[in-house]
Design a protein around this ligand. Sequence first.
Ligand code: MN
Ligand code: MN
Length: 463
Amino acid sequence: MEREIAWKKYTEAASRELEELSRRYKDFLDNGKTERECAARAIALAEEKGYVSLEAAVKAGKKLKPGAKLWSAPMGKAIMLFVIGKQPLEDGINIIGAHIDSPRMDLKQNPLYEDTDIAYFDTHYYGGIKKYQWVALPLAMHGVVVKKDGTVINVVVGEDDDDPVLCISDLLIHLSQEQMQKKAAEVIGGEDLNVIIGGRPLKDADEKEKEPVKANVLKILKDKYGFEEEDFLSAEIEIVPAGKARDLGFDRSMIMGYGHDDRVCAYAELEAIFALKGAPKKTCCCLFSDKEEIGSVGATGMQANYFENAVAELLELTGGYSDLKLRRGLANSKMLSCDVSAGYDPNFASAFERKNAAFLGRGVCFNKYTGSRGKAGSNDANAEYMAEVRRIMDDAKVSFQTAELGRVDLGGGGTIAYICAKYCMNVIDSGVAVLSMHAPWEIISKADLYEAKKCYKAFLEKA
Ligand code: MN
Ligand code: MN
């Protein structure tokens, strides 16, 4: 049951659409390196398309008619877009859900120090990373610093061509005899992820100044951004790879970028919901959650109740809330949990089982189940639901493939699928195959991005 490569079927017009979509996606990646940046960008794009704030609609007690478009962004780190359908909410919602947090290094609460005339930021990594991949490459910092008076300062350093970049050093090969014998997990330790941020002492520093390089960095931060060392206590600053997403390969068929997991699915979702014309049959939702990489926990993770709360508000504004209507609406909903899948990599063939692997360029990938070691932790989608999804994909001529996340017993992973499934709704994982997943620079095929958008649009319209 080998699936065909999607590229073969593209007409010239389709190839052009694919390139334009890829260009818009790269722009989204370049402007969204944190969950906050992605959410802000999604809100801006949605408002251009006529979406209004759900919170504002609630305040105004505005009755919502079919075709109404709303956004809600819990704490600015997760986001939900809704298009109200012609059928009542009790009939269920068609949901496409991804996550917009990506593996990275976060600054510790007390990050600044100086050692041997070099100033550093101390970090705590976020999500699953191979720590040795994050040294000796240009890094940028993105985030917010919140002053005691509530002022929010946005900080981005390392992205403009004339910005400085930051970096974590590695040991020179000449002296690495011991390091090279270590296990990969230990080559670089969590406490070794210290980011170089300066090497010049403060001019005319007081003789008693013990850390003049750090003092100079603090002066620069104060002059440029207006915050002080204490303000790091109330900051969220993420260290990410510096630079833009790029076309990969002589044929430009792929994109190398930071955060394809899971912004590629998120962006495909955005374009899919924006492509809806008028009022859909059922209410449609495009959802981006946060904290997926650390277990979907916290107030902005999928385990929080914001989705349920938003649906309750929508019920109230479309015909009256009741607990029973809410429960029915959620149970009747259908969802694509849109998250990336492990792309088959011939360099690491033994990690996969070829009959059940996702190949770059063969279209959007459905995972009936994820989990690890005996499907543990998986949402195992129903065969009946999988059949419906197959029909929708075939009718819409979407290239798709099915896969497991690698060889049985080797490892595994999860998504937000099982969390939404607890409402008894049908959920299946679907996404784009990625090479070098969770590395600073990940790889996808443009064809899979293109097919994902088509898949998500067909699902919103036809499920
Ligand atoms: Mn993911
Ligand atoms: Mn991930």
